[in-house]
Ligand binder design. Structure first.
Ligand SMILES: C[S@@+](CC[C@H](N)C(=O)[O-])C[C@H]1O[C@@H](n2cnc3c(N)ncnc32)[C@H](O)[C@@H]1O
Length: 273
């Protein structure tokens, strides 16, 4: 079990980390207009509609599974899978648990524990960045989706993080530190070929740029302070450089001189009939 570091990598093992803090970070993300829009796009791409039977793998607090349950209506069903008991408890507390319509199940993305070809569509949002073997999760997704069903995987391309910074060297180290704060930060760039190699057809890639004029949500989610402490511990920056980078960001906000962002990759493919 990897120790909790207060970094994004903690999502790989929520139950060994501060789960309430991680739930709070998910809520910050869900509150952003950008997240609402790209999530709605993943629902559309997976073919969500009345009467469909859908899966949300790595469902977290279950908010997306609940939104999907609303879309599929009384004749459809949604199963939210997650590896974390704490996340599943939160999902059930927020949305209930009703087998046959909306339910939450403990399972790994790599071994969902259901029969072959049971879902009309499956989505996974911001989970593969935490997986050591994403190809295994793709194989499992392909196994459980019906022929003709669609699989949608969306991931932030963590290595694409950028922001305005007066100290370019410190900025580069921070960007690198952010990419290293997750196990599989560059997986977004592999998704297209992972889905094609998994046997899916009509695979499409959509890149969505997130642009922020206020770093507060990113600061809460990524934990720049913890990134800075890691860079100091690794001898890559000294305390003054870290303080300088954080202070520069704050003064840019005060002077309306901050911009930053990150690309999100959404990949969709269809299981051949
Ligand atoms: C960043 S959160 C995203 C949650 C949700 N998809 C969302 O959009 O809010 C990652 C989720 O994946 C779960 N997770 C991590 N590794 C997993 C695995 N191997 N199998 C299933 N779920 C996993 C975590 O417990 C966490 O709930």
């Amino acid at each position: 079990v990897a120790p909790s570091r207060g970094l994004l990598g903690d999502f790989a093992n929520v139950d060994a980390s501060d789960s309430a803090d991680l739930v709070g970070r998910l809520d910050v993300m869900h509150s952003l207009e950008f997240f609402k829009r790209y999530k709605a796009e993943t629902f559309r791409l997976m073919g969500a509609g009345p009467g469909r039977h859908l899966a949300d793998v790595g469902c977290g607090t279950g908010d997306d599974a609940a939104a999907l349950a609303h879309i599929v209506g009384a004749d459809g069903s949604v199963v939210g899978f997650d590896s974390s008991d704490a996340m599943l408890d939160e999902a059930r507390r927020r949305h209930g648990d009703r087998a046959g319509h909306l339910c939450f199940t403990r399972a790994l993305a790599e071994a969902l524990g259901v029969a072959d070809s049971v879902f009309d569509g499956l989505r996974t949002d911001r989970v593969y960045v935490h997986l050591p073997d994403p190809a295994a999760a793709v194989r499992e997704a392909v196994r459980v989706v019906k022929p003709g069903g669609r699989i949608v995987v969306s991931e932030p391309d963590m290595a694409s993080f950028w922001c305005t910074a007066s100290d370019a060297d410190a900025g580069r180290e921070f960007a690198q530190g952010i990419a290293e704060s997750l196990d599989n930060a560059a997986v977004a760039r592999d998704l297209f070929h992972l889905l094609r190699d998994g046997g899916l057809v009509d695979v499409q890639l959509h890149v969505w740029p997130l642009v922020l004029t206020d770093p507060a949500p990113a600061e809460r989610v990524i934990n720049f302070q913890a990134i800075g402490e890691t860079l100091i511990a690794q001898g890559r920056l000294d305390e003054q450089q870290v303080r300088g980078w954080l202070g520069d960001m704050r003064s840019r906000v005060e002077n309306d001189r901050f911009l930053g962002g990150l690309n999100f990759f959404i990949v969709v493919g269809e299981k051949p009939a």
